[in-house]
Design a protein around this ligand. Structure first.
Ligand code: GCO
Length: 452
């Protein structure tokens, strides 16, 4: 079993989590700037004010990527650094930062993969109605045009949105992420619909204006149901659980992916959401369903299910003392087999793992190194499962480790470290963890150093 010869190995970050410099060069505020200022919203009152100070240290960080041996780097653009008001006047300073970053990446032999939106929504647009505003898709398309005009002569890999389930669900339904709204479900689903139309318009914009052939995808997320046994009944139960829409939640696959890949909302979802489902036009559904080149998947964990005697899907309890990451996420390597397999079977697009990784108890040891054997074991187990999915016929094209370096973990602040590189947030000193060197060897062997 092996990974395909053109398999892409990378690492991922996002703008608000690493850049800092929130006031620099006319950057506009975002919903996360404001959310961090609300007492009790972010652990310890942490903010993105400095983070990894990547805005001022990007050359050092690109050098780290080269030292590790990354082939590609997935990063997001801060919309409000480029358009401080979200629309209108472009900030040359903000756009210039990404222009130089792309040049530095290419000079280092690292392929830039750009995510257009990773949650840091311009506050000025939120104050005008945000994703609920009927113009929000056009705002996103206009931003995309500015970016494509400047970067598409060198950037050829694009993702429109990162984890709409998160920024719509956590940001507008449960309120535990920015902007912190708890809206009625009908409004949440209207926001979700506008987000999907925005995705479609952005894809059209890239296709129409990119200066080089564009490879376009997006990066939804979700926990993966893992069948308890390999019986057809348990596999079908897991598949059913993965694509079921549940009333009161947008944490699902089909409500988001069926419009993008099939041009329709799932009938089961329309049934359970009922009158809360958005009104939509055939033209909007055609806009959403733009042809994509890959399906990005952010997969961290799963849960075990089986077909119960009464025909229902039964979720099985955790085993006592099962392995968990520092953030108490269950370690479930088969999630990286079944997620890619189920998505490949349903939608038929090449799969790129756009995020996978773990938070660890990482610190600099007395010997000056950061020893993270748990992360090496975690990644080994998950990547063996991904390799197995490829051996079983899934067209897997790439893998981006979450994350390049320890960073701002949203409402959890800085207490959970996901990075291949340790960051001392007081001194900004970067230290490659053992897993970074391990990952470099893996990349150079195209996965051959993984245990059988
Ligand atoms: C996500 C986000 C990342 C997170 C990472 C760890 O998937 O939630 O894309 O920004 O930091 O997943 O939670």
């Amino acid at each position: 079993m092996a990974f395909s010869k053109n398999f892409v190995w990378g690492a991922a970050t996002s703008s608000f989590q690493i850049e800092g410099a929130l006031e620099a060069d006319g950057r506009g505020r975002t919903v996360w700037d404001a959310f961090c200022e609300k007492p009790g919203k972010v652990h310890g009152g942490d903010t993105g004010a400095v983070a990894c100070d990547h805005y001022h240290r990007s050359k050092e960080d690109v050098a780290l990527m080269r030292e590790i041996g990354l082939q590609a780097y997935r990063f997001s653009l801060a919309w409000s650094r480029i358009l401080p008001e979200g629309v209108g006047q472009v900030s040359e300073a903000g756009l210039g930062f990404y222009d130089r970053l792309v040049d530095d990446l290419l000079a280092a032999g690292v392929q830039p993969w750009v995510t257009l939106f990773h949650w840091d929504y311009p506050l000025a647009l939120y104050q005008r109605g945000g994703w609920l505003h009927e113009d929000s898709p056009k705002w996103f398309a206009d931003y995309t045009r500015v970016v494509v005009d400047r970067l598409s002569d060198r950037v050829q890999h694009w993702m429109t949105l990162n984890e709409p389930q998160c920024f719509v669900g956590l940001g507008h339904q449960t309120g535990i992420h920015a902007p912190g709204d708890q809206l009625p479900q009908a409004q949440v689903l209207l926001a979700a619909h506008r987000v999907l139309v925005a995705h479609g318009l952005a894809v059209q914009t890239i296709r129409q204006h990119a200066k080089k052939p564009a490879v376009i995808g997006w990066a939804p997320t979700g926990d993966v149901p893992v069948p308890e046994t390999n019986s057809a009944a348990d596999i079908e139960a897991a598949r059913e659980a993965y694509y079921t829409v549940r009333n009161g939640s947008v944490w699902n696959q089909a409500w988001w992916l069926d419009p993008v890949f099939k041009g329709e909302y799932p009938a089961q979802g329309l049934e359970v959401y009922g009158a809360d489902a958005p009104k939509f036009t055939a033209e909007e559904m055609r806009t959403i369903r733009q042809p994509l080149d890959f399906l990005g998947l952010n997969i961290y964990n799963g849960y075990h299910v089986r077909r119960a005697a009464d025909g229902s899907v039964e979720q099985l309890p955790r085993q006592l003392g099962n392995p968990q990451t520092h953030m108490h996420w269950n370690v479930t390597p088969p999630a990286l087999y079944w997620g890619p397999r189920f998505q490949w079977e349903r939608y038929g697009l090449p799969i790129v793992i756009t995020e996978n990784g773990m938070s660890g108890h990482d610190w600099v040891a007395l010997d000056g190194h950061v020893h993270d054997p748990a992360r090496i074991d975690y990644l080994s187990r998950y990547l063996r499962e991904l390799r197995r999915s490829a051996a079983d016929g899934v067209d897997v094209r790439g893998y981006f480790q979450w994350t390049l370096m320890d960073n701002f973990e949203w409402a959890e602040g800085y207490r959970y470290r996901f990075g291949l590189v340790h960051v001392d947030f007081n001194t900004q000193k970067r230290t490659l963890k053992d897993s970074a060197r391990w990952y470099g060897e893996l990349i150079r062997s195209n996965g051959a150093t993984l245990p059988a």
